[in-house]
Design a protein around this ligand. Structure first.
Ligand SMILES: Nc1ncnc2c1ncn2[C@@H]1O[C@H](COP(=O)(O)OP(=O)(O)OP(=O)(O)O)[C@@H](O)[C@H]1O
Length: 396
Protein backbone atom coordinates (compact mmCIF):
# COMPACT_ATOMS: atom_id res chain seq x y z
CA UNK A 1 0.00 0.00 0.00
CA UNK A 2 1.52 3.31 -1.06
CA UNK A 3 1.26 6.48 0.97
CA UNK A 4 -1.52 8.98 0.49
CA UNK A 5 -0.82 11.69 -2.01
CA UNK A 6 -0.18 15.40 -1.78
CA UNK A 7 0.35 15.74 -5.47
CA UNK A 8 -3.06 16.79 -6.68
CA UNK A 9 -4.09 19.01 -3.79
CA UNK A 10 -4.09 22.21 -5.78
CA UNK A 11 -1.98 20.63 -8.48
CA UNK A 12 0.78 23.19 -8.32
CA UNK A 13 3.25 21.95 -5.73
CA UNK A 14 5.90 19.44 -6.60
CA UNK A 15 4.80 16.02 -5.45
CA UNK A 16 6.47 14.73 -2.35
CA UNK A 17 4.68 11.42 -1.94
CA UNK A 18 3.26 8.68 -4.09
CA UNK A 19 0.43 8.69 -6.60
CA UNK A 20 -2.96 7.45 -5.43
CA UNK A 21 -4.56 4.66 -7.42
CA UNK A 22 -7.42 6.91 -8.55
CA UNK A 23 -4.93 9.53 -9.73
CA UNK A 24 -3.04 6.91 -11.72
CA UNK A 25 -6.30 5.79 -13.30
CA UNK A 26 -7.19 9.41 -14.10
CA UNK A 27 -3.75 9.88 -15.64
CA UNK A 28 -4.18 6.93 -17.97
CA UNK A 29 -7.70 7.98 -18.86
CA UNK A 30 -6.42 11.38 -19.92
CA UNK A 31 -8.52 13.15 -17.28
CA UNK A 32 -5.67 14.97 -15.57
CA UNK A 33 -5.00 18.56 -16.62
CA UNK A 34 -1.75 18.81 -18.56
CA UNK A 35 0.03 20.71 -15.77
CA UNK A 36 -0.87 18.01 -13.23
CA UNK A 37 0.06 15.30 -15.72
CA UNK A 38 3.53 16.83 -15.97
CA UNK A 39 3.83 16.92 -12.18
CA UNK A 40 2.83 13.28 -11.98
CA UNK A 41 5.54 12.30 -14.44
CA UNK A 42 7.99 14.52 -12.61
CA UNK A 43 7.25 12.64 -9.40
CA UNK A 44 7.46 9.28 -11.16
CA UNK A 45 10.85 10.16 -12.57
CA UNK A 46 12.17 10.33 -9.01
CA UNK A 47 10.11 7.62 -7.36
CA UNK A 48 10.91 4.03 -8.26
CA UNK A 49 7.62 2.68 -6.85
CA UNK A 50 5.43 5.01 -8.90
CA UNK A 51 7.59 4.63 -11.98
CA UNK A 52 7.27 0.85 -11.81
CA UNK A 53 3.52 1.18 -11.38
CA UNK A 54 3.16 3.54 -14.35
CA UNK A 55 5.36 1.44 -16.60
CA UNK A 56 3.51 -1.75 -15.60
CA UNK A 57 0.14 -0.19 -16.31
CA UNK A 58 1.35 1.37 -19.51
CA UNK A 59 2.27 -2.08 -20.76
CA UNK A 60 -1.21 -3.30 -19.83
CA UNK A 61 0.06 -5.97 -17.43
CA UNK A 62 -2.11 -5.11 -14.49
CA UNK A 63 -4.95 -2.67 -14.70
CA UNK A 64 -6.85 -1.55 -11.63
CA UNK A 65 -10.17 -3.33 -11.72
CA UNK A 66 -12.24 -0.14 -11.97
CA UNK A 67 -10.32 1.33 -14.88
CA UNK A 68 -11.17 1.07 -18.53
CA UNK A 69 -8.66 -0.92 -20.64
CA UNK A 70 -5.78 1.16 -21.92
CA UNK A 71 -6.73 0.22 -25.42
CA UNK A 72 -10.01 2.10 -25.03
CA UNK A 73 -8.78 5.31 -23.52
CA UNK A 74 -10.48 8.37 -25.01
CA UNK A 75 -7.41 10.53 -25.08
CA UNK A 76 -7.81 13.20 -27.69
CA UNK A 77 -11.51 13.67 -27.97
CA UNK A 78 -12.45 17.22 -28.64
CA UNK A 79 -8.89 18.40 -29.01
CA UNK A 80 -7.97 20.01 -32.28
CA UNK A 81 -4.31 19.31 -32.76
CA UNK A 82 -3.73 19.66 -36.44
CA UNK A 83 -0.31 20.78 -37.57
CA UNK A 84 2.52 21.80 -35.42
CA UNK A 85 2.96 25.52 -35.06
CA UNK A 86 5.91 26.83 -37.02
CA UNK A 87 9.01 27.67 -35.03
CA UNK A 88 8.16 30.81 -33.08
CA UNK A 89 10.26 33.91 -33.84
CA UNK A 90 10.74 34.96 -30.25
CA UNK A 91 11.75 32.10 -28.05
CA UNK A 92 12.71 31.52 -24.46
CA UNK A 93 16.38 30.71 -23.98
CA UNK A 94 16.99 27.94 -21.49
CA UNK A 95 19.66 28.40 -18.81
CA UNK A 96 23.01 26.65 -19.24
CA UNK A 97 22.01 24.24 -16.49
CA UNK A 98 18.39 23.14 -16.57
CA UNK A 99 17.14 21.21 -13.56
CA UNK A 100 20.60 19.75 -13.07
CA UNK A 101 21.21 18.98 -16.77
CA UNK A 102 24.09 20.89 -18.36
CA UNK A 103 23.08 21.88 -21.89
CA UNK A 104 26.01 21.44 -24.29
CA UNK A 105 24.66 22.27 -27.73
CA UNK A 106 21.50 22.52 -29.77
CA UNK A 107 20.73 19.31 -31.66
CA UNK A 108 17.62 20.45 -33.45
CA UNK A 109 14.66 22.73 -33.22
CA UNK A 110 11.12 21.95 -34.28
CA UNK A 111 7.63 23.28 -33.93
CA UNK A 112 7.26 22.11 -30.35
CA UNK A 113 10.61 22.72 -28.79
CA UNK A 114 14.35 22.73 -28.95
CA UNK A 115 16.41 19.59 -28.41
CA UNK A 116 19.80 19.90 -26.69
CA UNK A 117 22.65 17.52 -26.11
CA UNK A 118 23.07 17.59 -22.34
CA UNK A 119 25.05 15.99 -19.55
CA UNK A 120 23.02 14.36 -16.81
CA UNK A 121 23.16 15.61 -13.23
CA UNK A 122 26.20 13.49 -12.34
CA UNK A 123 27.97 14.61 -15.49
CA UNK A 124 28.80 11.08 -16.61
CA UNK A 125 26.24 10.48 -19.34
CA UNK A 126 24.95 12.32 -22.37
CA UNK A 127 21.23 12.68 -22.92
CA UNK A 128 18.97 14.55 -25.34
CA UNK A 129 16.75 17.11 -23.63
CA UNK A 130 13.73 18.61 -25.38
CA UNK A 131 12.27 21.72 -23.81
CA UNK A 132 9.38 23.89 -24.83
CA UNK A 133 10.91 27.23 -25.86
CA UNK A 134 7.80 29.18 -26.82
CA UNK A 135 7.61 32.44 -24.89
CA UNK A 136 4.06 31.58 -23.93
CA UNK A 137 3.62 27.79 -24.11
CA UNK A 138 0.09 27.23 -25.38
CA UNK A 139 -2.22 24.34 -24.71
CA UNK A 140 -1.20 22.63 -27.93
CA UNK A 141 2.49 22.62 -27.06
CA UNK A 142 1.81 21.41 -23.52
CA UNK A 143 -0.47 18.68 -24.84
CA UNK A 144 2.21 17.59 -27.31
CA UNK A 145 4.80 17.19 -24.53
CA UNK A 146 2.34 15.28 -22.34
CA UNK A 147 1.36 13.03 -25.25
CA UNK A 148 4.95 12.30 -26.13
CA UNK A 149 5.79 11.44 -22.52
CA UNK A 150 2.86 9.05 -22.27
CA UNK A 151 3.47 7.46 -25.64
CA UNK A 152 7.19 6.77 -25.29
CA UNK A 153 6.80 5.62 -21.68
CA UNK A 154 4.66 2.76 -22.98
CA UNK A 155 7.15 1.53 -25.55
CA UNK A 156 10.39 -0.24 -24.73
CA UNK A 157 12.07 -1.28 -27.95
CA UNK A 158 15.54 -0.93 -29.51
CA UNK A 159 14.00 0.84 -32.54
CA UNK A 160 12.24 3.49 -30.43
CA UNK A 161 14.04 6.18 -28.46
CA UNK A 162 13.90 5.66 -24.69
CA UNK A 163 12.40 8.28 -22.41
CA UNK A 164 14.34 8.80 -19.20
CA UNK A 165 12.66 11.64 -17.43
CA UNK A 166 9.90 14.21 -17.65
CA UNK A 167 10.04 17.53 -15.83
CA UNK A 168 9.03 21.15 -15.82
CA UNK A 169 11.01 24.33 -15.40
CA UNK A 170 9.54 27.87 -15.30
CA UNK A 171 6.21 26.44 -16.42
CA UNK A 172 7.81 24.75 -19.40
CA UNK A 173 7.75 21.00 -19.74
CA UNK A 174 10.91 19.19 -20.73
CA UNK A 175 11.61 15.59 -21.74
CA UNK A 176 14.87 13.71 -21.35
CA UNK A 177 15.65 10.87 -23.75
CA UNK A 178 18.58 8.62 -24.40
CA UNK A 179 20.95 10.45 -26.73
CA UNK A 180 20.93 8.76 -30.13
CA UNK A 181 24.34 9.46 -31.61
CA UNK A 182 23.64 9.32 -35.33
CA UNK A 183 22.08 11.11 -38.25
CA UNK A 184 18.43 11.71 -38.83
CA UNK A 185 17.23 10.13 -42.08
CA UNK A 186 16.60 13.69 -43.30
CA UNK A 187 20.35 14.32 -43.15
CA UNK A 188 21.18 11.42 -45.47
CA UNK A 189 21.54 12.07 -49.15
CA UNK A 190 19.21 9.75 -51.03
CA UNK A 191 19.18 7.77 -53.19
CA UNK A 192 20.83 5.20 -50.95
CA UNK A 193 21.64 1.67 -52.15
CA UNK A 194 18.38 -0.25 -51.87
CA UNK A 195 19.82 -3.10 -49.73
CA UNK A 196 20.79 -0.46 -47.21
CA UNK A 197 17.28 0.97 -47.32
CA UNK A 198 15.89 -2.53 -46.83
CA UNK A 199 17.80 -2.75 -43.53
CA UNK A 200 16.48 0.65 -42.49
CA UNK A 201 12.93 -0.35 -43.48
CA UNK A 202 13.11 -3.45 -41.27
CA UNK A 203 14.14 -1.26 -38.29
CA UNK A 204 11.42 1.31 -38.93
CA UNK A 205 8.78 -1.41 -39.26
CA UNK A 206 9.98 -3.06 -36.03
CA UNK A 207 9.73 0.29 -34.21
CA UNK A 208 6.23 0.87 -35.56
CA UNK A 209 5.24 -2.68 -34.65
CA UNK A 210 6.33 -2.05 -31.04
CA UNK A 211 4.43 1.25 -30.93
CA UNK A 212 1.26 -0.22 -32.43
CA UNK A 213 1.38 -3.20 -30.09
CA UNK A 214 1.35 -0.71 -27.21
CA UNK A 215 -1.66 1.06 -28.71
CA UNK A 216 0.33 4.06 -30.00
CA UNK A 217 0.06 5.47 -33.53
CA UNK A 218 2.97 7.75 -34.43
CA UNK A 219 1.11 9.90 -36.99
CA UNK A 220 4.20 11.89 -37.98
CA UNK A 221 6.64 9.39 -39.43
CA UNK A 222 9.05 11.23 -41.74
CA UNK A 223 12.82 11.28 -42.35
CA UNK A 224 13.41 13.90 -39.63
CA UNK A 225 11.75 11.66 -37.05
CA UNK A 226 14.07 8.67 -37.28
CA UNK A 227 17.75 8.58 -36.38
CA UNK A 228 20.24 6.13 -37.87
CA UNK A 229 23.15 5.10 -35.67
CA UNK A 230 26.53 4.22 -37.17
CA UNK A 231 25.93 0.49 -36.47
CA UNK A 232 22.81 0.62 -38.66
CA UNK A 233 20.20 0.71 -35.88
CA UNK A 234 17.38 3.09 -36.65
CA UNK A 235 15.29 4.65 -33.88
CA UNK A 236 11.94 6.40 -34.07
CA UNK A 237 11.74 9.73 -32.24
CA UNK A 238 9.20 12.51 -31.79
CA UNK A 239 5.88 11.07 -30.64
CA UNK A 240 4.45 14.56 -30.02
CA UNK A 241 1.59 13.99 -32.48
CA UNK A 242 0.96 10.39 -31.44
CA UNK A 243 -2.44 9.12 -30.51
CA UNK A 244 -3.72 6.09 -28.69
CA UNK A 245 -5.88 3.56 -30.44
CA UNK A 246 -8.95 1.58 -29.52
CA UNK A 247 -9.36 -2.16 -29.96
CA UNK A 248 -10.35 -1.60 -33.60
CA UNK A 249 -6.95 -0.05 -34.25
CA UNK A 250 -8.40 3.35 -35.08
CA UNK A 251 -7.70 6.59 -33.28
CA UNK A 252 -10.69 7.87 -31.32
CA UNK A 253 -12.49 10.56 -33.17
CA UNK A 254 -13.27 13.87 -31.57
CA UNK A 255 -13.35 16.92 -33.78
CA UNK A 256 -12.30 16.34 -37.37
CA UNK A 257 -8.57 16.72 -37.35
CA UNK A 258 -5.81 16.49 -39.88
CA UNK A 259 -2.64 15.53 -38.04
CA UNK A 260 0.85 15.06 -39.38
CA UNK A 261 3.23 16.48 -41.96
CA UNK A 262 1.41 16.99 -45.28
CA UNK A 263 4.19 15.53 -47.42
CA UNK A 264 3.98 12.15 -45.68
CA UNK A 265 0.24 12.01 -44.95
CA UNK A 266 -1.83 9.08 -46.14
CA UNK A 267 -4.62 10.03 -48.59
CA UNK A 268 -7.35 9.13 -46.10
CA UNK A 269 -5.81 11.43 -43.47
CA UNK A 270 -5.86 14.29 -45.96
CA UNK A 271 -9.56 13.66 -46.34
CA UNK A 272 -10.14 13.90 -42.60
CA UNK A 273 -10.37 10.20 -41.73
CA UNK A 274 -9.05 8.99 -38.38
CA UNK A 275 -5.52 7.65 -38.26
CA UNK A 276 -4.98 3.90 -38.24
CA UNK A 277 -1.95 1.63 -38.23
CA UNK A 278 -2.32 1.57 -42.02
CA UNK A 279 -1.81 5.34 -42.26
CA UNK A 280 1.50 4.97 -40.37
CA UNK A 281 2.45 2.23 -42.86
CA UNK A 282 1.72 4.59 -45.76
CA UNK A 283 4.15 7.16 -44.30
CA UNK A 284 6.74 4.41 -43.88
CA UNK A 285 6.27 3.42 -47.53
CA UNK A 286 6.78 6.99 -48.73
CA UNK A 287 9.86 7.44 -46.57
CA UNK A 288 11.40 4.21 -47.87
CA UNK A 289 10.50 5.06 -51.47
CA UNK A 290 12.22 8.42 -51.05
CA UNK A 291 15.35 6.87 -49.52
CA UNK A 292 15.60 4.42 -52.43
CA UNK A 293 15.00 6.91 -55.23
CA UNK A 294 15.71 10.38 -53.86
CA UNK A 295 12.19 11.53 -54.74
CA UNK A 296 8.57 10.87 -54.00
CA UNK A 297 6.29 9.13 -56.50
CA UNK A 298 4.70 11.65 -58.89
CA UNK A 299 1.13 12.39 -57.95
CA UNK A 300 -1.81 14.29 -59.27
CA UNK A 301 -4.45 15.90 -57.15
CA UNK A 302 -7.77 14.10 -57.19
CA UNK A 303 -11.21 15.62 -56.84
CA UNK A 304 -11.12 15.31 -53.06
CA UNK A 305 -7.64 16.82 -52.77
CA UNK A 306 -6.25 13.35 -52.09
CA UNK A 307 -3.03 12.46 -53.85
CA UNK A 308 -3.46 9.75 -56.46
CA UNK A 309 -0.71 7.95 -58.34
CA UNK A 310 -0.36 8.75 -62.01
CA UNK A 311 -2.49 6.40 -64.09
CA UNK A 312 -0.72 3.19 -65.05
CA UNK A 313 2.49 3.96 -63.17
CA UNK A 314 2.19 2.62 -59.67
CA UNK A 315 5.03 2.75 -57.15
CA UNK A 316 6.27 -0.78 -57.94
CA UNK A 317 6.55 0.03 -61.67
CA UNK A 318 8.33 3.29 -60.91
CA UNK A 319 10.77 1.62 -58.53
CA UNK A 320 11.77 -1.05 -61.01
CA UNK A 321 11.98 1.58 -63.78
CA UNK A 322 14.11 3.97 -61.73
CA UNK A 323 16.11 1.27 -59.93
CA UNK A 324 16.42 -1.68 -62.33
CA UNK A 325 18.41 -3.75 -59.80
CA UNK A 326 15.95 -3.50 -56.94
CA UNK A 327 14.65 -6.76 -55.56
CA UNK A 328 11.11 -7.12 -56.97
CA UNK A 329 9.84 -8.44 -53.63
CA UNK A 330 11.09 -5.31 -51.87
CA UNK A 331 9.52 -3.09 -54.56
CA UNK A 332 6.21 -4.94 -54.14
CA UNK A 333 6.28 -4.45 -50.35
CA UNK A 334 6.85 -0.69 -50.73
CA UNK A 335 4.05 -0.50 -53.29
CA UNK A 336 1.71 -2.35 -50.93
CA UNK A 337 2.39 0.25 -48.19
CA UNK A 338 1.59 2.99 -50.72
CA UNK A 339 -1.78 1.62 -51.84
CA UNK A 340 -4.20 4.50 -52.01
CA UNK A 341 -6.95 2.39 -50.50
CA UNK A 342 -5.94 1.59 -46.90
CA UNK A 343 -7.62 -1.83 -47.11
CA UNK A 344 -5.07 -2.81 -49.78
CA UNK A 345 -2.12 -2.10 -47.48
CA UNK A 346 -0.68 -4.48 -44.90
CA UNK A 347 -3.17 -4.68 -42.07
CA UNK A 348 -0.59 -4.31 -39.33
CA UNK A 349 3.02 -3.36 -38.80
CA UNK A 350 3.87 -6.85 -37.56
CA UNK A 351 2.82 -8.30 -40.92
CA UNK A 352 4.91 -5.70 -42.75
CA UNK A 353 7.84 -6.43 -40.46
CA UNK A 354 7.62 -10.19 -41.01
CA UNK A 355 7.42 -9.74 -44.80
CA UNK A 356 10.37 -7.34 -44.88
CA UNK A 357 12.46 -9.69 -42.76
CA UNK A 358 11.57 -12.51 -45.12
CA UNK A 359 12.58 -10.43 -48.16
CA UNK A 360 15.86 -9.54 -46.47
CA UNK A 361 16.61 -13.20 -45.72
CA UNK A 362 15.86 -14.16 -49.32
CA UNK A 363 18.03 -11.37 -50.71
CA UNK A 364 20.89 -12.35 -48.40
CA UNK A 365 20.48 -16.00 -49.36
CA UNK A 366 20.55 -15.20 -53.07
CA UNK A 367 23.69 -13.17 -52.65
CA UNK A 368 25.51 -15.71 -50.48
CA UNK A 369 24.46 -18.45 -52.89
CA UNK A 370 26.10 -16.53 -55.66
CA UNK A 371 29.22 -15.94 -53.61
CA UNK A 372 29.48 -19.61 -52.62
CA UNK A 373 28.59 -21.51 -55.79
CA UNK A 374 26.67 -24.73 -55.58
CA UNK A 375 26.42 -27.36 -58.33
CA UNK A 376 22.87 -26.27 -59.22
CA UNK A 377 23.86 -22.67 -59.82
CA UNK A 378 24.49 -23.17 -63.53
CA UNK A 379 26.46 -20.96 -65.86
CA UNK A 380 25.63 -17.54 -64.38
CA UNK A 381 28.49 -17.60 -61.90
CA UNK A 382 30.34 -15.48 -60.93
CA UNK A 383 27.72 -12.76 -60.52
CA UNK A 384 28.46 -9.19 -61.54
CA UNK A 385 30.18 -7.22 -58.85
CA UNK A 386 27.58 -4.90 -57.39
CA UNK A 387 26.45 -3.18 -54.29
CA UNK A 388 24.71 -5.40 -51.81
CA UNK A 389 24.15 -6.39 -48.26
CA UNK A 390 27.42 -8.32 -48.15
CA UNK A 391 29.33 -5.31 -49.37
CA UNK A 392 28.45 -3.57 -46.07
CA UNK A 393 27.32 -0.18 -47.25
CA UNK A 394 28.07 2.65 -44.96
CA UNK A 395 26.03 5.79 -45.43
CA UNK A 396 28.08 7.77 -42.94
N1 LIG B 1 17.06 11.41 -28.62
C1 LIG B 1 17.68 12.17 -29.53
N2 LIG B 1 18.99 11.99 -29.77
C2 LIG B 1 19.64 12.77 -30.68
N3 LIG B 1 19.05 13.77 -31.39
C3 LIG B 1 17.73 13.99 -31.18
C4 LIG B 1 16.98 13.22 -30.26
N4 LIG B 1 15.70 13.66 -30.26
C5 LIG B 1 15.67 14.65 -31.15
N5 LIG B 1 16.88 14.87 -31.71
C6 LIG B 1 17.21 15.88 -32.75
O1 LIG B 1 16.41 17.04 -32.57
C7 LIG B 1 15.60 17.28 -33.73
C8 LIG B 1 14.23 17.80 -33.31
O2 LIG B 1 13.59 16.80 -32.51
P1 LIG B 1 12.03 16.57 -32.52
O3 LIG B 1 11.61 16.16 -33.90
O4 LIG B 1 11.68 15.62 -31.41
O5 LIG B 1 11.50 18.03 -32.16
P2 LIG B 1 10.16 18.71 -32.58
O6 LIG B 1 10.12 20.04 -31.93
O7 LIG B 1 9.03 17.80 -32.25
O8 LIG B 1 10.37 18.83 -34.17
P3 LIG B 1 9.36 18.83 -35.42
O9 LIG B 1 8.33 19.85 -35.15
O10 LIG B 1 10.23 19.19 -36.61
O11 LIG B 1 8.86 17.42 -35.56
C9 LIG B 1 15.57 15.95 -34.45
O12 LIG B 1 15.39 16.10 -35.84
C10 LIG B 1 16.92 15.34 -34.13
O13 LIG B 1 17.89 15.85 -35.02
Amino acid sequence: MRDCCLLFQGGTQLPSSCLRDEDVVALFEGRLPVSVNVLAHHHAARCAACRTLLVTLAHGDALPSDSVPLALLPLEQGRRCSRRPSVPDATWTPPAVLDGFRLERLLGRGGMGAVYLAQDARGDRRVALKVCVALQPDERALASFATEARAIARIQHPNVVTMERVGEVDGRPYLVYEYVDGKSLAELRPPLPWPRVLDIAVGLAAGLRAAHQCGVLHRDLKPGNAILEPDGTVKLIDFGLATFVGSGGTAPRGVREVVGTPRYMAPEIRMGESATARSDLYALGLLVFELCTGRLPPVRRGACAAFKPEAGRGPAALLTEWLPGIDPGFAAVIACCLAEDPSERFAQADVLCAVLEHVRRLVAFQRTSRVFPTPWMGAGFPPPKDEGILAGHNVF
